[in-house]
Design a protein around this ligand. Sequence first.
Ligand code: GDP
Length: 296
Amino acid sequence: MFESLSDRLGKIFDGLRGRGALSENDVNEALREVRRALIEADVSLEVVRAFVEQVRERAVGVEVTRSVTPGQQVVKIVHDELVRVLGETAVPLDTATTPPATILMVGLQGSGKTTTTAKIAKRLKDKQNKKVLMASLDTRRPAAMEQLRVLGTQIGVDTLPIVPSETPVQIARRAAREGKLGGYDVLMLDTAGRTHIDEELMAETAEIKAVSDPHEVLLVADALTGQDAINLARSFDQRVDITGIVLTRVDGDGRGGAALSMRAATGKPIKLIATGEKMDALEDFHPGRIADRILG
Ligand code: GDP
């Protein structure tokens, strides 16, 4: 993740680090390079603009010119600004409510929704000792329901028995009942996706949300889709008010544009990142650690 951006920034800062003094011109030159590197990493343009401005304001001020290590000072300012853009602090998954805490998983088909649902369930079970029930609401694709069932068996998490011919709303209601009666701490609802955003998908997701009254609405978005992932998050947020984002396939994402701009562009936190196909390939999103990773 972020390999190419990290490389580019590393080269820019190597040029600055050893310098005894930096003129405003030197700083501007470096910032032009930083701007180019961010754009190449597919970071949203508005985020790049605000980022560079913010760094420039601090970098041409007293902080750098009076510093004995001006190059390092610029790197620190860039680091701080990265952390700010990424959202400052980690926003953990919230399951603290009257049980069962319902987590509604939304997103496009193929984004990794079902896999991520199971990963989160496993994590809640293993790390927080939660009793979790998963239910697939994907009535159009029986294979997707079966996929969740199989994953459930694999990780030792219960799934709601599949009853053919129910509607997604009926399943959501049955899941809520079972969640209560069965004494579950967390209920995870894996909704149906489509290949692209359409009105039908949004209407169905909104209806399921109204019926299930979720504590978390997590958008699962594929990091490799870059700017599209951001547009997707905005669309879902406008319609169903998401509480957070899980970015998947960051293992294949050398650029990192979506990860970097998601928070600033949508206002919603990335809560988790998925880093592979295996059931434990899921990590918290820590802005500080991500900034460290980018700056090497
Ligand atoms: P859904 O249609 O949104 O439910 O997507 P699936 O959960 O079925 O995932 C689609 C494919 O993506 C599967 O082959 C998953 O193993 C794979 N996948 C999911 N998350 C990740 C990830 O973080 N990294 C990688 N490399 N593959 C993933």
